[in-house]
Design a protein around this ligand. Structure first.
Ligand SMILES: Nc1ncnc2c1ncn2[C@@H]1O[C@H](COP(=O)(O)OP(=O)(O)OP(=O)(O)O)[C@@H](O)[C@H]1O
Length: 239
């Protein structure tokens, strides 16, 4: 999350084959908005996120973030931060070090970095947790720490792959609230993969529906929630 200008994301005629599955994506995730990526299991939601993050490379087509063509860039060179369902914290490192990895993979942290880390922990409700190991935290606290790591990176794009799926419903609600607050503060471009129609209603400004590797609807949230003519969408929204 960042002081930089937020950047819109665009996939133009992107195609990719994984095993026997073909994916074709043509879409736009507006700058500064929260876009929900939805669709049935196995439809290609994580694949779309991986193409934006750079963990997958298209066979043809182009991925741009802001004005930059990032199609051939390594994940570390892209202006993105990531939060996954299983938060990816290193069990043997304390939280300050885990979060510091978001700033410098080399772990050479300055006093200034230390202040940023403490500030990010404070911001997500984990003030004073610098020396705690991930194993001593609850699932919700670990996910807050993963958000703190994304915060210190100060990147204009935040990519979330089912970040709250492992949490119980009450905690999901409070984490969704935290995400909304952080988004209001940073104005970042956010893409969130979710199975949860309530999360879409609560968080998203814009949404995509993917079916069998293709985007069958992309729309502002008010329009997305009203459409009844897209196969599978009504079932997803549990209408
Ligand atoms: N590296 C790969 N090799 C072969 N098949 C793959 C690979 N990665 C993904 N797939 C297949 O592509 C399809 C889409 O996968 P993806 O993870 O993008 O779906 P998803 O919509 O995120 O699913 P879920 O909601 O179940 O997490 C799945 O059938 C998956 O098995």
């Amino acid at each position: 999350m960042t002081s930089n200008q937020p950047s819109g994301i665009r996939l133009q005629n992107v195609s990719l084959m994984l095993g026997t599955k073909q994916f074709r994506f043509d879409c736009e995730l507006p700058a500064g908005a929260i876009t929900a990526i939805t669709g049935p299991s196995g439809s290609g939601k994580s694949t779309l996120l991986n193409l934006i993050a750079g963990f997958e490379t298209p066979e043809s087509g182009k991925v741009t973030i802001g004005s930059a063509n990032v199609t051939a860039l390594h994940p570390s060179q892209r202006p993105v931060s990531l939060v996954f369902q299983d938060n990816n914290l290193f069990a043997h490192l304390d939280l300050a070090t885990n979060i510091g990895l978001g700033i410098h993979p080399s772990l050479k942290l300055s006093a200034e970095d230390g202040k940023r880390i403490s500030g990010a922990l404070e911001r997500v409700g984990l003030g004073g947790y610098e020396k705690r190991k991930p194993g001593t935290l609850s699932g919700g606290e670990r996910q807050r720490a993963a958000f703190a790591r994304a915060l210190v990176r100060e990147r204009p794009v935040l990519l979330l792959d089912e970040p709250f799926a492992a949490l119980d419903p009450g905690l999901r609600q409070s984490m969704a609230g935290l995400l909304l607050e952080l988004h209001r503060e940073t104005g970042n471009t956010v893409a969130i993969v979710t199975h949860d129609a309530n999360e879409v209603r609560q968080l998203a400004d814009h949404a995509l529906f993917i079916d069998h590797g293709e985007i069958t609807l992309q729309a502002e949230i008010e329009v997305f929630l009203m459409r009844r003519d897209v196969p599978g969408l009504t079932e997803f929204l549990k209408l």
